[in-house]
Design a protein around this ligand. Sequence first.
Ligand code: DX5
Ligand code: ZN
Length: 216
Amino acid sequence: MAIVAPSILSADYMNMERDLTMTKEMGVKWLHVDIMDGIFVPNITFGYGFVKAMRKVTDLTLDVHLMIDRPIRYVQQFCDAGADYLTIHVESDTPENTLAALQKIRSLGVKPGIVVKPNTPAEAIESYLPLVDLVLVMTVEPGFGGQKFMAHMMPKLSQLRQMLDKFNPSCHLEVDGGVDLVTAKTCKENGADVLVAGSAFFGSADKAAFTRSLEA
Ligand code: DX5
Ligand code: ZN
């Protein structure tokens, strides 16, 4: 069974507590939190204080996706804030700092994740695969919700599934961007077991049915 992680980027910011409570009532187990700094991506969202505030009102798994330049500077703060999974981009720092950041996240009792942008090949994260609990394949350019799903990411997704089967079979494989009822099926067929959905989840009339359908 797949895990559905609604991206709160598409929630109602003035009614966030209501929306977090609602997602749980819809049967959701994970929440995806997009952190953007206006430098690594051309958009700005939430800081670690916001994650801390979320942690106070929800016991759902917080899957925090850092889209920030040199994330090693802030992993401590996001771990302390209550992230369950903390995922960093391989493109956002040097290999040395990426390795150090993943190790630091683990040492703080949080599950580390690594993410690749659409133009980054699977091989770029090969050396990190044994060290992480989550691998995220972007199926849009990171920065904004509501973009079109990139179906040509599917060979990379299945390549990473095969690599994980070999090096780290219990690691989650997640997709993010343009996931809806139709594209979710393609992602699952290609090995994804965690599906981020922002606009499709929050725009859905029956969110419980949407969640069940993606899980199946
Ligand atoms: C984009 C973010 C996504 C975004 C997905 O940079 O990482 O998590 O919220 O939104 P949808 O599902 O609308 O493509
Ligand atoms: Zn995301």
